[in-house]
Design a protein around this ligand. Structure first.
Ligand SMILES: Nc1ncnc2c1ncn2[C@@H]1O[C@H](COP(=O)(O)OP(=O)(O)OP(=O)(O)O)[C@@H](O)[C@H]1O
Length: 567
């Protein structure tokens, strides 16, 4: 909760704010120079201790007061560090690697022996970590590295050495003489783990960003803040002893005022928070805000409990209502499901009935199909029999035509034309014979009888003449060649017999028209069985000349002709 933060007033923070207000004169420049002074003093102390502990190692003695670069370069090979550690704790680093190049201090960037570089420094760091001392990164020995971490490590080692020299008993105090007096920081080690905290505190001046964190750590351990110490020191350092009491009095009065102001503001915040909760309809009882924040907190906690219980009750009631509503809905759903199940039963019954009906229909249909199939089969048999019979009939028909004769000669006697003298020399006509009376010769009338396949008298109609030739016409459709032609003298009636009168009608229609009409009728009847291509040619033979009578362009074409055959 946001309000919880308002109860954490720290006396140290108030004091620090007051001091800061007093210490306006302390500029950042002062802080920077003090930081540098402190870092240098610590570095000198480390160098002096190492010189005293290790002495000259490999002709690389650290100066008593080395610069930061001299400090790094002197320790870069790891020889001094390893030897120092082995002095304090023998064989902590089992093997120290030295090379011929160790007699010369290697400048930055110059490659060290990789073996030496990794072995000595790494072995030192491993051993230091095993002991529980703060360590540093290998890169801190290079240019740009944090030498403060190396200093911290060696100071911790120094403290550890002193502790061992005192017999390793009791608590190990570190930092009493490891810090320059200006820092005023205590570096206490109660066990090995807090070394990390100690290191963080020692780095305070190096890293201003971590100052807030360090402040909290100091407050939690009831130790004065390092920044407080610095501020107090900065304010009082340039004061005369007689000025100090007045200054302290002034600072204390300001501190009391600030502390009172913060307490008041906290109370206001608590009141506002409680009012907000009451406005939300929570069951807060009327609450007096005590002057004591701790009692306010306990009251506030109690009220929170009451609100929590009320909420739980409300939740319980809401859940019950919700459950009842769910039950009602469930009952409705059950009734709907029952109705739907009944509907489904009815539908199933209807479906079964429909299915039975369909099966019955299907059975009937199959039966009918079977019967129809049988009929079809018998019809096919009958059709094939019919075709056989038809072929047989045709064969017999043509045989009859052959028996009648391939060449048949008919004789037709024309009636007298209007205006002609009715003097005939036709004596007698029967079915096949005609008797011609010849003129008297030598005073004696003569007569001759001629026999034909058929003789038509003057009363014979066009239909009678055609009916006798019709069977021959039908043979054409069975593949037989048939030729019908008329022969006789001029005016004897050839054209009339073959074509008809000048004005053709159904009565006087000649053999040609009737034969063609008969052929087309037959072809139409047999269309499902046969396809016929029909062509017509009509010629005249006159004076031993053959002429095409169907030419209609007026030209008198003579044999041989050439004409297209059309279907
Ligand atoms: N059977 C018949 N009944 C009635 N009239 C007929 C008959 N035969 C012929 N005629 C008539 O006789 C006349 C002569 O007939 P048609 O022209 O047919 O003779 P044709 O033999 O064709 O003569 P051509 O050889 O000169 O052409 C026509 O007027 C025709 O109408």
């Amino acid at each position: 909760m946001a309000s919880e933060g308002f109860f954490s007033i720290s006396v140290a923070s108030v004091l620090e704010d007051v001091l800061k207000e007093h210490g306006k004169r302390l500029s950042d420049m002062d802080l920077a120079s003090r930081k540098a002074e402190e870092a240098a003093a610590r570095r000198y102390e480390v160098a002096r201790w190492l010189r005293k502990t290790v002495g000259v190692v490999g002709a690389k003695d650290l100066p008593e007061e080395p610069s930061e670069d001299e400090f790094r370069l002197g320790l870069r090979s790891g020889l001094i560090l390893c030897n120092a550690l082995n002095k304090i704790q023998p064989a902590a680093v089992p093997k120290i690697v030295a090379s011929s190049g160790d007699s010369v201090v290697m400048p930055d960037g110059a490659p060290l022996s990789a073996y030496q570089y990794f072995e000595n420094v790494r072995n030192f760091l491993v051993a230091v970590q095993d002991i529980g001392l703060p360590t540093f990164e290998v890169s801190d020995l290079e240019q740009g590295g944090k030498s403060s971490r190396i200093v911290n490590c060696v100071l911790a080692l120094k403290s550890y050495s002193e502790w061992r020299q005192m017999g390793s008993g009791g608590s190990w105090k570190f930092g009493g003489n490891a810090r320059p007096s200006i820092s005023g920081k205590a570096f206490m080690r109660k066990n090995f783990d807090p070394f990390s905290n100690s290191l963080a505190r020692s780095q305070f001046m190096d890293d201003r960003e971590s100052s807030e964190q360090n402040l909290n750590q100091v407050e939690s351990s009831e130790m004065p803040s390092p920044s407080l110490n610095v501020l107090v020191h900065a304010i009082l350092s340039d004061k005369k002893p007689e000025e100090v009491p007045a200054l302290v009095e002034s600072m204390l009065s300001k501190f009391m005022k600030e502390f009172g102001r913060r307490i008041a503001s906290q109370n206001e915040l608590v009141k506002t928070a409680i009012k907000g909760l009451q406005d939300d309809g929570k069951s807060f009882s009327k609450m007096k805000i005590p002057a004591d924040p701790s009692s306010a907190i306990s009251e506030f906690k109690k009220e929170k409990e009451v609100v929590k219980c009320t909420r739980l009750k409300e939740n319980f009631h809401n859940n019950m209502k919700h459950e009842e509503a769910s039950k009602e809905q469930l009952l409705k759903q059950y009734s709907i499901i029952d109705r739907q199940q009944r509907d489904i039963q009815l539908l199933r019954r209807d479906l079964q009935t429909a299915r039975a009906g369909m099966e019955f229909m299907q059975m009937k249909y199959l039966e009918e199909i079977h019967v129809v199939g049988k009929h079809m089969h018998s019809l096919a048999n009958a059709a094939s029999g019919y075709h056989k019979v038809l072929a047989e009939n045709r064969k017999l028909y043509n045989q009859v035509q052959d028996l009648k004769g391939s060449i048949r000669v008919y004789c037709r006697v024309r009636p007298f034309l209007p205006g002609q003298i009715r003097s005939s020399n036709v004596g007698c006509i029967d079915d096949e014979n005609i008797t011609i009376i010849t003129p008297a010769k030598y005073g004696k009338e003569g007569q001759r009888t001629f026999t034909f396949n058929k003789v038509f008298g003057p009363a014979a109609s066009q239909e009678e003449v055609f009916s006798d030739t019709q069977p021959l016409i039908r043979s054409v459709l069975d593949g037989y060649n048939v030729c019908i032609f008329a022969y006789g003298q001029t005016g004897s009636g050839k054209t009339y017999t073959m074509s008809g009168a000048k004005v053709v009608n159904t009565q006087n229609m000649g053999v040609n028209y009737r034969a063609l009409s008969d052929l087309f009728n037959l072809a139409e009847k047999r269309r499902g069985t046969f396809t016929y291509n029909i062509a017509v040619q009509m010629i005249e033979i006159y004076n031993e000349q053959v002429r095409d009578l169907l030419v209609c362009d007026g030209l008198n074409r003579r044999y041989p002709f050439s004409w297209p055959i059309h279907g």
